[in-house]
Write a protein of this length. Structure first.
Length: 360
């Protein structure tokens, strides 16, 4: 047995669990509920099953619709020197174009790490990181996918520290990737898409589904679309705040144009948002409310459909229709074409068809 004294091992045994009060976020009152919901999902993921989570969130959304949520001031970790470098790192990522949601996730994970480990960033070792990940997984029953996401955040932070001469080397570089099985993404078939559309009960639901499918936009982007962003002559939409706050133009088809105009005929409000609540004063619908609309149609149709699945269906239809990958990449707002390929399912039928077309 190794009898040598290892200070870092002594430290590992002294890790402590702390209150969430030490977590701090970039936030404004206008999007406080979105941040509340993001953190809530992180915590609920380890407490309820994947099947129960949507129903729990829906009940919370309905309940919270009668309340105003604001962000209360949070205390910041007090480890010497660490709060400053965390702020500098977050600031550098903000300048690089990361979204507020992404910046909040960085903060949440980094603050939780340092408040648990209780060591200055200059003294962090590879074993500190390994033991933190082990402890977090045991206590929160977190998935391997989420654990590797935490590891990736820590690796990015310590790489930045090393690159900017705060520390001599990245202690996370020797921490192994956490292997996990990616969920297989299945697009809707053309038949299932029609079944889903047939189970709408009003013009707003139909317009929303057609718009998601024909544009391939993210749910956060859809919530942000204004009527003034739409060019009806070209059937195009100006996305002002895409992922990373990047702008781009997307397009919708004739069927979506007709369903959108039918929906707009039913409105007598002066709100500039494309999709609004049914009750006065007709506020713009937020992301989680859009998801709930699709959930309700899912219950009636017997299909599991959510905004990201419609985006995946859009991407797959584009590739199967012969759209060049670089065009699809621009429409989806991806920086890397590899990301676009993840969204698009090319099954054996597609491969066999293309093989016969080229080599027969």
């Amino acid at each position: 047995m190794d009898s040598a004294h290892h200070p870092e091992r002594d430290h590992i045994t002294s890790f402590r669990q702390t209150s969430r009060k030490d977590v701090f976020f970039v936030s404004t009152n206008s999007n406080a509920y979105e941040h509340f919901r993001t953190v809530l999902i992180m915590n609920l993921a380890s407490a309820v099953s994947a099947e129960q989570l949507p129903a729990v969130l829906e009940a919370i959304d309905v309940t919270m619709s009668d309340f105003e949520i604001s962000q209360k001031p949070m205390s910041i970790i007090t480890i010497e020197g660490t709060p400053d470098v965390v702020k500098y790192y977050i600031g550098s990522k903000a300048i690089a174009g990361r979204s507020v949601k992404t910046l909040n996730q960085y903060r949440y994970k980094l603050v939780n790490f340092f408040d648990t480990v209780r060591k200055p960033y200059t003294d962090i070792t590879s074993n500190d990181i390994r033991m933190y990940l082990y402890q977090y997984k045991v206590e929160h029953h977190a998935s391997d996918c989420y654990m590797d996401n935490i590891r990736t955040t820590l690796d990015g932070f310590f790489t930045w520290l090393a690159d900017n001469d705060y520390i001599p080397k990245n202690p996370c570089a020797k921490v192994d990737h956490i292997k996990f099985q990616r969920k297989k993404r299945e697009p809707l078939s053309s038949f299932d898409l029609e079944v889903y559309r047939w189970n709408t009960t009003d013009v707003r639901e139909k317009a929303l589904i057609d718009f998601f499918f024909s544009t391939g936009i993210r749910v956060s982007e859809c919530a942000d679309v204004r009527l003034s962003d739409i060019d009806w002559d070209n059937r195009s939409v100006h996305i002002r705040h895409g992922k990373g706050d990047k702008e781009r133009t997307v397009y919708f088809n004739a069927e979506s144009e007709l369903s959108l105009k039918e929906y707009l005929k039913t409105r007598n409000d002066k709100t500039d948002a494309l999709f609004v609540s049914t009750r006065a004063p007709h506020h713009p619908i937020k992301s989680h409310a859009l998801e709930n609309i699709l959930k309700n149609v899912s219950k009636r149709s017997g299909l599991n459909v959510f905004p990201h699945r419609l985006r995946h269906t859009f991407a797959t239809a584009g590739l199967r229709g012969g759209m060049p990958i670089e065009h699809l990449q621009r429409l989806l707002g991806h920086e890397d074409p590899k990301t676009t390929l993840i969204y698009a399912k090319l099954d054996q039928v597609d491969l066999q068809r293309d093989h016969q077309r080229v080599y027969s």
